[in-house]
Ligand binder design. Structure first.
Ligand code: GCW
Length: 728
């Protein structure tokens, strides 16, 4: 065979062997737009016959046109509805703002109260035609509205008559990427960073557009591109140009870029001798740096700062306060409308006091001392993104300072990539927690959305779980956590179950025989993880530094409050951290009704018991069991629930594509194995203190304690081992 013909044949064979370009590999996320079937299809085809873009086009309105064409084309299983200048028949979809579209202006819709990002979706009549209108005061609102409209079809909702109006309750809805400039990701489990700095600003990976599109589809409007453990290099001119290129891609999607700022940057890249926030040269340096950034990126969002925390530089290095540091940066970005998100995740390098108390002690005295454009970014709980923590006592305790909630979407402490843990219930639990700061009903959601203390500046941040993996998030179900973050950021009062329901429909299938059991699995998954990892209010029992797998025995090392024994306090008498008056008294940081409830053994919920109390092994629980037996029951329940999840999933074979089905099956297998590992290792360890047998009918750990203690995993993703670092 001549060479040419051979090559052609080889290429042909390769093409045949290659999986279809549209294999369900998860890349499409919840924006799959697969065809609707049956009667619904007829109804939808009638309701979406043509689209009417605004007369005046903009990059954002062009995206709305593209998205509607793509979405409707896919969902209706036909050619995309044609774009026409004005409605010609029933089923026209007219979109725009009163400024961009004279048609919309003529409808005199009430768009008041929708703010910068809100929209309406209305059924209306125009020149005798039944039409649908997607309108907003601003272009980006129209884009959000278009995604909402498509979601209605994706989740098989009725389209007529539509009378919807929606506006976000929170202004800054931000993803925090802990991405390093070398493309590793701190606590990232989905491959390397999607930001390919080396090829920027010239090469714009299409993923950047798809990322912005996905963010916009759930209303996320900000992204911090680099790790809070920041390198000053991201502030140098070449990197700012790379950042500007990304900002240009994101802009029409309403997505603003932010940077994590390294506090000592004036020394490291500015040639100054100090980074003292009160030093005029330092202040001038940050002002000039901000001016430089805004010249390149006029809509730059601002800075995120981790200062004087876990070894990061900060104002305290110069005996200044967090307010001095934050205000200096706030002054630098204020002329450009920027903000500073200053993290409250601090605990002292030296202080032996309960780590759970330190952020409150540090920040409450600074209430009212921050500039208007500073928001304090507070983790959901006082320690560190554990499977369960009580809400952070700073919520409600700083009435004169806007606080933004920070949650972790990446599952550093919740099984990393493979465990199916839907975080909606965790986020919802925090948002609905009642601080009692202004009496009953003072929820964390109301602190965050500004309504409790009347703050116009509001925000919420989620530490991203996104990486270069084809499915973006390391597993198909992890996509749900990106999704639910965005949806709750828009409206923190939504139910995480409803959000799970719509996500399952969009991501997998609308078949009720699939949706109900899968939503059920998702809703029980977080509690299952709490049970097999850290039941009854235990926390921070993971392996040292990698946080992969159990490590309740972890002790010693550079600091006590990085060890498990510091948190579990297990001894011959019992287990748990006494945070009442007889212990660290952290409980008094909560408003009196909350503190009283957590202190009172009769009223504290079981699920926070050992967070606040050290109790004897034979303490009688509400259930009638001893504490020891109850612990074993919870660990075992966690494993059992994962087994149930596996069986549920097995019963759904054939209901979705085989590719995603198979990956989820295997991941559930891994999860069950690891849940069992968690249970057995924890029971084996705590039994050395309780000296009690397992309750009747509960199987003993598979191995002895030594086996678990000596397991070693040197290359866990998301963490760069230090030279000479040992396992565990
Ligand atoms: O959860 C802990 C992580 C660190 C992280 C830190 C933080 C970015 O283990 O990896 O550092 O919190 O939130 O700053």
């Amino acid at each position: 065979m001549p060479m040419r013909a051979f090559i052609r044949l080889a290429l042909l064979t390769l093409a045949v062997l290659r999986p279809a370009a549209h294999a369900e590999d998860g890349y499409d996320l919840w924006l799959r737009y697969r065809p609707v079937q049956g009667d619904l299809l007829t109804a939808y085809r009638a309701a979406a016959t043509e689209i009417v873009p605004p007369g005046t086009s903009s990059p954002t309105s062009a995206i709305v046109s593209t998205e509607l064409s793509r979405g409707l084309g896919g969902l209706l299983g036909s050619a995309a509805p044609p774009a026409v200048p004005a409605p010609t028949r029933d089923g026209s979809i007219v979109f725009g703002t009163p400024v961009s579209s004279p048609l919309i202006a003529r409808l005199h819709l009430n768009l008041k109260g929708l703010g910068d990002d809100g929209y309406v979706i209305r059924s209306a009549s125009f020149a005798g035609h039944h039409i649908t209108v997607i309108a907003a005061p601003h272009d980006v609102g129209v884009l959000y509205g278009a995604f909402h409209f498509l979601r209605l079809l994706q989740t098989h909702r009725p389209l007529e008559p539509l009378e919807l109006s929606s506006a976000p309750r929170i202004r800054h809805r931000v993803l925090d990427h802990w991405d390093n400039l070398d493309r590793t990701i701190e606590r990232g489990y989905a491959g390397e960073s999607i930001w390919d700095w080396q090829k920027l600003p010239d090469y714009l990976d299409p993923r950047y557009t798809d990322y912005a599109r996905a963010c916009a589809s759930v209303g996320i409007n900000g992204t911090v591109l680099n790790n809070v453990n920041a390198s000053a290099i991201s502030l140098t001119p070449p990197y700012l140009r790379k950042l500007a290129a990304l900002a240009d891609v994101f802009r029409p999607y309403g997505l603003h870029v932010y940077l994590s700022a390294r506090f000592s940057a004036p020394i490291e890249i500015g040639g100054l001798k100090t980074a003292d926030p009160l030093d005029p040269a330092v202040r001038a340096w940050w002002r000039a740096k901000s001016d430089e950034i805004y010249t390149l990126i006029p809509d730059f969002g601002g800075f995120l700062v981790k200062a004087n925390s876990e070894g990061q530089p900060g104002p305290q290095d110069y005996s200044r306060t967090h307010a001095d540091g934050a205000n200096m940066l706030a002054d630098a970005v204020a002329p450009h409308g920027g903000i500073v998100m200053w993290r409250a995740f601090v605990y002292s390098q030296e202080q032996p006091d309960d780590r759970a108390k330190q952020a409150y002690d540090e920040f409450v005295p600074l209430d009212g001392k921050f500039r208007d454009n500073v928001i304090l970014q507070v983790k959901n709980g006082p320690i560190d993104f554990q499977p369960r923590e009580p809400f952070h006592p700073l919520f409600g305790a700083m009435p004169r300072t806007p606080l933004m909630l920070e949650v972790q979407i990446t599952k550093e402490y919740l099984g990393m990539a493979t465990h199916l843990v839907y975080l909606g219930p965790l986020f919802e639990e925090t948002l609905r927690a009642d601080t009692y700061a202004r009496g009953k009903g003072s929820s964390v959601a109301k602190v965050t959305d500004g309504s409790l203390f009347g703050h116009p500046r509001t925000g919420i941040a989620g530490v991203a779980n996104i990486g270069s993996d084809r499915d973006w998030t390391g597993s198909h179900f992890n996509q749900a956590n990106w999704y639910v973050f965005g949806r709750l950021a828009w409206d923190p009062l939504q139910s995480s179950r409803d959000i799970a329901d719509e996500w399952v429909r969009m991501t997998f299938s609308n078949d009720p025989a699939f949706v109900a059991p899968v939503v059920g699995m998702m809703m029980s998954s977080r509690e299952a993880a709490v049970d097999y990892m850290t039941p009854l209010g235990l926390a921070h029992q993971m392996a040292r530094t990698t946080h992969y797998g159990p490590g309740p025995w972890v002790s010693g090392g550079p600091r006590a409050d990085w060890t498990s024994v510091y948190f579990n306090r297990a001894d011959a008498q019992g287990i748990g951290f006494d945070r009442t008056a007889t212990g660290s008294n952290a409980v008094v940081q909560y408003a009196p009704p909350v503190a009283a409830k957590f202190t009172d053994l009769k009223r504290i919920p079981d699920n926070l018991l050992l967070w606040f109390h050290h109790l004897p092994w034979d303490y009688k629980m509400r259930s009638g069991h001893t504490l020891w037996d109850e612990l074993v029951i919870h660990y075992s329940d966690g494993v059992r629930t994962v087994g149930d999840m596996r069986r549920t999933w097995a019963s759904l074979a054939g209901k979705i594509d085989s590719h995603r089905y198979a990956q989820v099956s295997t991941f559930l297998e891994i999860q069950e194995k690891e849940a069992r590992w968690w249970r057995d290792a924890s029971i084996a360890y705590f039994q050395t203190f309780s000296h009690q047998p397992l309750p009747a009918g509960f199987s003993p750990p598979e191995h002895d304690l030594h086996y678990y203690e000596t397991l070693c995993f040197p290359y866990v993703p998301g963490h760069s081992p230090l030279p000479g670092e040992k396992c565990q």
